[in-house]
Design a binder for this molecule. Structure first.
Ligand code: ARG
Length: 457
């Protein structure tokens, strides 16, 4: 059944129908569509626009449709144009005339705007839950590794020693911000477009605030033209999702590097690795690579929707139907990626011995050696030069700073004494860094307390 056959004298061309139809993808929010319709008729009855009996019949009919779709006894055919037509047609088929009143004071334009907001809101909740689980896993790794030393890098060159807790803690901050971004997006989207009609409201005495409250919105939107053509919240969501993917992708990149034969900082569990069809020795980090790769899809959706929206005049235009596949694909992609990533990282083993050895061997304590000299009255710039000479000596003699004898130190600067070894041990280098946010155990424990409270919220 078509919702708009009256003024037409010819059948729609089949290819036009196929090209125009959205049921194949907007069936994804059938629950939200029905939920919105139930709120709409509840409001219509309260306002005296429908009788109680009509309302009851419609709600019973809609609930039956919801149930039948959920249990698979009602399936989507190719006939309906979209989920809205599908549900309305089936309602009329089931309850007759009362069903024809469902769409009173409503357009598909405010309906689809509502459905998409409801769907997005539900999905934001889910993604937030997945991020929280990921954060809990990261927190556990951090707690166990406040004294696991590893090199910290800049330019992918060993820089200064940090701990695994500190390194993982950087990602903890990123995913925490991601949650807060999602919650901002939700706050801004949470105004209800229902009752905006096609673009100019309706002549019925609707109580928009009431339907908004039935659906858990903070209120009704204030401009009906904007309401039916606003897709800002989807662009915001796709941008939030892109940033989440960027974070996951950076993390995956590190894991791929750490898991390489050269680094061996970590070993991805067999259950999260794959093999090669030709090289029997291979164990590949495919999951991390795929997450990194799928980032492109999500960025693509963001750029696509931005581009689609840029030239659309007010108010509703069919271009906007394109928002759905990008949003759905990105939401599903991100949910899958967070879940897989969480599984991968929580089963991965960290080779603490290798990390620590690597931190010992890359002059990551050179800054601390310079600080030692500064503490003995040498100006920093001179200290920098002296330690540069030490490093050169070590490279020439294939040693680390800790392997040098005191005589060798003194030959370069007489300021060095026996306490230099203690001053540049990994443990000292890290534990002395105790300003908040630094890797020192005291500072880290304070941050961990804050994280614990945050996760308990
Ligand atoms: N399937 C449409 C969409 O997703 C529903 C709104 C149709 N409105 C219209 N005026 N044709 O945007």
């Amino acid at each position: 059944m078509k919702l708009w056959g009256g003024r037409f004298t010819k059948e729609t061309n089949q290819l036009v129908h196929n090209f125009n139809a959205s049921l194949s993808f907007d069936q994804k929010f059938y629950k939200q569509d029905i939920e919105g319709s139930i709120a709409h008729v509840t409001m219509l009855e309260k306002q005296g626009i429908l009788t109680e009996d009509e309302k009851d019949q419609i709600i019973a009919g809609l609930s039956g449709i919801m149930e039948d779709i959920s249990n698979g006894s009602l399936s989507f055919d190719d006939e309906a144009e979209d989920i809205h037509s599908f549900v309305e047609a089936h309602l009329i088929e089931r309850i007759g005339d009362a069903g024809k009143k469902l769409h009173t004071g409503r357009s598909r334009n405010d309906q689809v705007a509502l459905d998409m907001k409801l769907y997005t809101r539900d999905e934001i909740e889910e993604i937030d839950g997945l991020l929280k689980t990921l954060l809990t896993n990261l927190y556990n790794i951090m707690k166990d590794n406040t004294k696991t030393y590893m090199p910290g890098f800049t330019h992918l060159q060993k820089a200064q020693p940090v701990t695994l807790a500190h390194h993982i803690g950087a990602y903890f901050e990123m995913f925490k911000r991601d949650r807060s971004r999602l919650s901002d997006t939700k706050k801004r989207l949470n105004l209800c477009p229902l009752g905006s009609g096609a673009l100019a409201g309706t002549t019925y005495p609707l109580d928009r605030a009431y339907s908004a409250s039935l659906l858990g919105f903070d209120g009704a939107t204030l401009n009906s033209m904007d309401s039916v053509s606003d897709r800002d919240y989807l662009i915001e969501l796709l941008s939030d999702l892109s940033i989440i993917m960027m974070h996951l992708s950076r993390f995956c990149e590190e894991i791929i590097v750490w898991n390489s034969n050269e680094y061996q900082f970590v070993e991805i569990d067999d259950s999260y690795s794959t093999g090669s069809s030709i090289m029997p020795q291979k164990k590949n980090p495919d999951i991390a690579e795929l997450v990194r790769g799928k980032t492109g899809r999500v960025y693509g959706s963001l750029m696509s929707l931005l581009t689609t929206m840029k030239g659309i005049p007010l108010a509703y235009n069919k271009d906007m139907q394109e928002d759905k596949e990008w949003a759905f694909d990105s939401i599903d992609t991100v949910k899958g990626c967070i879940a897989l990533f969480t599984g991968m990282i929580s089963t991965m083993s960290f080779r603490k011995d290798v990390m620590e050895k690597s931190a010992m061997n890359g002059f990551t304590n050179a800054t601390d050696a310079a600080d030692y000299l500064v503490n003995h009255g040498v100006p920093f710039r001179d200290a920098h030069g002296i330690v540069g000479q030490l490093v050169l000596f070590c490279i020439d003699n294939n040693k680390s700073l800790l392997d040098m004898t005191l005589e060798e130190y003194k030959a370069i600067s007489p300021v060095f004494e026996n306490d230099i070894y203690e001053a540049i041990s990994l443990e000292t280098c890290v534990s002395k860094r105790n300003t908040i946010g630094a890797p020192g155990t005291e500072a880290m424990n304070e941050v961990l307390k804050l994280h614990e409270a945050y996760l308990a919220e």
